[in-house]
Design a protein around this ligand. Structure first.
Ligand code: AMP
Ligand code: MG
Length: 319
């Protein structure tokens, strides 16, 4: 799977979207934009195409995929015994960066579920993705990167990793959210398996009940894919929480790239730590051959910015 010619298609062209949809219906694998990150799409009902997605990404076979739909009604094509809470969440947050784990219909190929009896489903909030999905039908779409690398937030990132390994990329510019969806499982009780921009508090407000967040060290029990190291640049990451530690690390690694939630001129050039630019900064560090990245992330901000902090912990291999 490394001798394909990857076709460049453009999301501002209706005929290019149609071509991408035809390719997907024909069993091809095509990367497309969503509001979170670019996904590598394959038809949910085509096990061969799904296998190609795992091969192209180098993704472990037990890491299940997220199925994408173009409407709330389409969920019924993929899942059964849908609980009332899932309907409430879909009405409140679809389309948007929330993935709901539901009981899979028996006709869903095991390649889509990683062999589980559940399937993760979301409806992306992106006009090009929704138009494509309307024409192609439901698509499984993990992030369109090599497994373990920072997720792709533009078409150039996709090609960096997958040029020659996938059939096409549909270019829709920059992703606006920039980190992956919140993943939630509802039974026996609501638990967030992966934090994202939709928070536990927002979900609690809709469900009117307590929502747990999976604890460090338990993620692999609930969500098989989360046990792997993820989202990592080639550089070593150094995480600290205070200005004093930050200064100490800068002295130790004077050539390091620096990232901070709050940019101040006192430490020289610092990149702002923001969800929608985070992966792009990590990828630019790789291109520049940066060997160390120092991240200042105060303890008191780690709960409020739990999605971003989770990606940093994952890159450190700490969760
Ligand atoms: P990615 O496609 O790379 O954004 O990763 C998908 C995430 O959703 C992984 O962390 C998976 O473990 C999780 N996921 C997908 N399907 C399921 C499922 N059926 N049960 C629990 N977690 C899931
Ligand atoms: Mg991924």
């Amino acid at each position: 799977m490394s001798d394909l010619t990857t076709l460049r298609l453009y999301g501002n062209s209706e005929s290019d979207i149609q071509q991408a949809a035809l390719m997907l219906k024909d069993g091809k694998i095509v990367a497309f934009p969503t509001e979170t990150v670019y996904g590598l799409g394959a038809s949910v009902f085509n096990p061969e195409a799904l296998k190609h997605v795992f091969e192209a990404k180098g993704r472990p076979a037990d890491n299940p995929l997220i199925a994408h739909v173009s409407s709330i009604e389409e969920i019924a094509l993929l899942a059964e015994d849908i609980p009332e809470d899932a309907k409430l969440l879909a009405r409140a947050f679809f389309p948007g960066p929330l993935t709901i784990v539901l009981h899979a219909k028996k006709e869903i190929p095991r390649e889509a579920t990683g062999g589980l009896d559940t399937i993760a489903i979301r409806m992306p909030n992106h006009p090009i993705a929704l138009q494509l999905l309307k024409l192609s039908g439901p698509l499984c779409a993990p992030s369109a990167n090599i497994s373990g690398r920072p997720s792709p937030t533009n078409a150039y990132h996709v090609l960096e990793d997958l040029d020659g390994k996938i059939d096409a990329v549909l270019d829709g510019g920059q992703c606006t959210v920039g980190i992956e969806s919140t993943v939630i499982k509802l039974s026996p009780s609501p638990i967030i398996l992966r934090p994202g921009m939709i928070s536990a508090e927002q979900i609690e407000a809709v469900l009117k009940k307590n929502v747990e967040v999976v604890q460090k060290g338990e993620t692999h029990i609930q969500s098989p894919g989360m046990k792997y190291r993820h989202y990592s640049p080639k550089a070593h990451l150094h995480l600290c929480s205070t200005h004093e530690e930050f200064e100490g690390l800068i002295r130790k690694y004077p050539q390091a790239m620096k990232l901070s939630l709050h940019v101040s001129t006192q430490f020289g050039d610092i990149f702002p730590l923001k969800e929608h630019t985070y992966y792009d900064i990590l990828r630019s560090a790789d291109i520049k051959g940066v060997s160390d990245i120092i991240i200042l992330f105060p303890i008191e901000e780690r709960v409020l910015k739990s999605a971003l902090f989770n990606r940093i912990e994952k890159a450190l291999g700490q969760q």
